[in-house]
Ligand binder design. Structure first.
Ligand code: HPA
Ligand code: ZN
Length: 344
């Protein structure tokens, strides 16, 4: 990485953006893990924050998920979920995020005896405060854990129904390989019938066929990651034709060894292929950077230009599930920002 601070770093930090792929449990910083463990009287397997951080050396998705679910186990009370979400939302606001669509994994909490109402209560209160006090537009996407059964997903959907008005959509996450989208065909049909928007992680570690299944069987309107789409020209043509957005997370992909380095990432090739690519942080507390730092990584690793940065941010607003009026307003703010701040 170059040590010189490029003016483009400041430009992307203050650039209006949308974040469409962030797991709230993945925003849990080590400091908050220790604070919540103390508050809840939980003994941690790590002596201190440095020891915990030292364990963040991942070789693939599963090696990350093991630590990610262990970290989330300190979340017990409604206030814990509030504090978690509020910390993320305040940071997002400081990064000029105008719109965020936040994933959460209720099964990783209900399986530990935490009630759905506790999870939803804390998250929705933080989002309401973010709207009122930060002027931030935020909504929730409930993710089903794909390593669990479809029956477990159906039961989770039932538990979430009393909170239907607080959900904008549903997604599918956790260990991908061996758990194809088709395993969840029935539960996603129910979700679509309920009017929920549909996204799914696919093509992170799994093959292009999982992306086809997410589109054609689950009815996914966006694909989370989707970086393996480039292996299948017919799939690229389909995604480009239908302008199906791909929520790409560069730092995540490097930390989980999907690509060896940022310089080897295929994001610019995806953009060149006419795909609606967006930039996101995935699990910023674990992967070494928030959404701005993901943009900066692309500037440093791939030579991302200002025009490409603006294009990616434009895609973020286009891909958002917010109403058309809000999306047009944010896009106009982005164009104004570009006009005012163009670097000579
Ligand atoms: N992939 C799958 N499951 C996840 C991820 C991811 O990147 N982050 C949190 N859960
Ligand atoms: Zn993810």
């Amino acid at each position: 990485m170059s040590t010189a601070i490029s003016p483009l770093h400041d430009f992307v930090r203050a650039m209006p953006k949308a974040e469409l792929h962030v797991h709230i449990e993945g925003t849990l910083e080590p400091e908050l893990i220790f604070a919540l463990a103390r508050r809840n009287g939980i003994a941690l397997a790590y002596r201190d924050i440095a020891a915990l951080r030292a364990a963040y050396a991942f070789t693939d998705l599963q090696s990350f998920l093991d630590i990610y679910y262990a970290g989330a186990s300190v979340l017990r009370t409604e206030q814990d979920f509030y504090d978690l979400a509020w910390a993320y939302l305040a940071g997002a606001r400081a990064n000029a995020v105008l719109r965020t669509e936040i994933f959460f994994d209720p099964q990783s909490h209900t399986a530990r005896g935490v009630a759905m109402a506790t999870v939803m209560g804390g998250l929705t209160r933080a989002l309401e405060d973010a709207r009122a006090r930060l002027g931030l537009s935020a909504d929730l996407i409930l993710c089903f854990l794909r390593h669990l059964s479809e029956d477990s997903a159906l039961e989770t959907l039932d538990q979430a129904l009393p909170f239907r008005e607080h959900l904008i959509g549903v997604g599918l996450d956790s260990g991908e390989v061996g758990h194809p989208p088709v395993k969840f065909a029935r539960v996603f049909t129910r979700c679509r019938d309920l009017g929920l928007r549909v996204v799914a992680h696919a093509g992170e570690e799994g093959p292009p066929d999982y992306i086809w299944q997410a589109l054609d069987i689950l009815g996914a309107e966006r694909i989370d990651h989707g970086v393996r789409a480039l292996e299948d020209p017919a799939l690229v043509a389909r995604l480009a034709r239908d302008r199906v957005p791909l929520t790409v997370c560069p730092l995540s992909n490097v930390r989980l060894q999907v690509f060896p380095t940022l310089a080897a990432h295929n994001l610019l090739r995806m953009l060149d292929a006419g795909l609606v690519v967006t930039v996101n942080s995935d699990d910023p507390a674990y992967f070494g950077g928030d959404i701005s730092e993901n943009f900066i990584g692309l500037v440093e690793g791939l030579g991302l230009t200002q025009d490409q940065a603006v294009q990616l941010a434009r895609h973020g607003f286009e891909a958002s599930f917010a109403d058309e009026t809000s999306r047009a307003l944010w896009q106009a703010r982005l164009e104004q920002y570009r006009d005012d701040r163009t670097i000579a």
